[in-house]
Design a protein around this ligand. Structure first.
Ligand code: ATP
Ligand code: MG
Length: 330
């Protein structure tokens, strides 16, 4: 079975709707056909300042949410990045293969560093894509389900795999990105021209918030002064975003929704979408609470994941270190 790997940061509170429609939905689907490794990337998360107690709590919350969404720990390997030291160990070598200019061209770094005070822009934020490449390459990954915003990082992972292979001999599988064609980029509800993101929380649907609050956020989503419900991202980014979300959550095509809402107002669309999201979030939140109420079970799942991940990662790292010319320890 082909291999799939992906990771998600343990952000405060909960995942947001963009994470789900852009990536997590595919994580779940790919379990059927692939040997999957899914990771809560806490090392990535400390590229920005984090409170230690909150980070621990958010990491557990993230694992519980992944299980509640349908990651099956019997079939897939679910683990925490910092539990498998090989990620940081391979990252160093890949950093040394990454050009300074190459890293400086990464738009996520440019965006995130522009939003920070200078003293908060860490070297770790800069080298983030090399760590991400290490995550992926350690598992001989064929496919990486991510949202559109990760395309450039994925491209760098491919470049680094190829560069390592051509310099030191074939070691890494060159991974492909798996980006949805329809929901690759979900936009903020208050600013439908920028990506929905936990880092800029204005119009963000958070998975652990009260579904009534979600419905309210949808009702107050920014639209436009026209009346017609039509997919036109250029001129009607707000309404188009709502249609894409609606379609992603129900499996009904955007064209079908346009027809169904012909003659209706934005209020009807928003009311129905709020209900769709509430129907999804209510049982999801109950499942998350069950996992959080049984920390021993959660620990057991993560422990098993760590063992399985280490078995693969340590083999890859050993081979890579050997190729680089590091003297093997005896
Ligand atoms: P941050 O904004 O702090 O980077 P994030 O919400 O993007 O946080 P990540 O852990 O960086 O969360 O991303 C997890 C996955 O969710 C990635 O595959 C990313 O591409 C995807 N993703 C994040 N936001 C969106 C979005 N608005 N639309 C589609 N996919 C998204
Ligand atoms: Mg992100």
């Amino acid at each position: 079975r082909p291999r799939v790997f992906s990771g998600i940061q343990p952000t405060a509170g909960s995942f947001q709707l963009g994470n789900y429609l852009g990536a997590l939905r595919n994580w779940i689907a790919l379990q059927e056909s692939h040997d999957a490794f899914y990771c809560v990337v806490d090392l990535h998360s400390v590229t920005m300042p984090k409170d230690p107690a909150e980070l621990r709590e958010n990491t557990r919350n993230a694992a519980a949410q992944l299980l509640a969404l349908g990651i099956d720990p019997e079939r897939s390997t679910l683990f925490v990045q910092s539990h498998v030291a090989e990620h940081a160990q391979l990252s160093w070598v890949l950093e040394c293969l990454t050009g300074y200019g190459e890293a400086a061209r990464m738009t996520q770094f440019k965006d995130k560093s522009a939003r920070q005070e200078d003293e908060h822009v860490s070297v770790g934020l800069f080298t983030y894509p090399a760590l991400m490449a290490a995550d992926i390459l350690l598992y001989g990954t064929d496919l990486v389900p991510v949202g559109e915003d990760q395309r450039q990082h994925l491209e760098l992972s491919r470049t680094l795999a190829q560069r390592f292979n051509s310099r030191f001999g074939r070691t890494f599988v060159v991974p492909d990105a798996h980006i949805p064609s329809d929901t690759a980029r979900i936009f903020d509800l208050q600013d439908p021209t920028s990506k929905m993101s936990k880092s800029i929380p204005s119009g963000v649907v958070e998975f652990m918030e009260d579904p009534k609050r979600t419905a309210k956020k949808i009702r107050s989503a920014v639209t436009d002064n026209e009346r017609d419900i039509r997919y036109d991202p250029e001129n009607k980014p707000g309404v188009s975003n709502l249609l894409v979300i609606y379609s992603g959550m129900t499996g009904r095509s955007v064209a079908e929704l346009e027809t169904a809402y012909e003659g209706s107002g934005y209020g009807d669309l928003k009311k129905d979408l709020g209900a769709v999201l509430a129907d999804f979030l209510t049982p999801f939140q109950a499942r998350v609470r069950e996992y959080l109420d049984d920390p021993a079970e959660l620990d057991k799942i993560l422990h098993r994941g760590t063992e399985r991940a280490r078995a693969v990662a340590s083999e890859t790292l050993r081979e890579a270190y050997d190729r680089v010319g590091f003297l093997p320890p005896v």
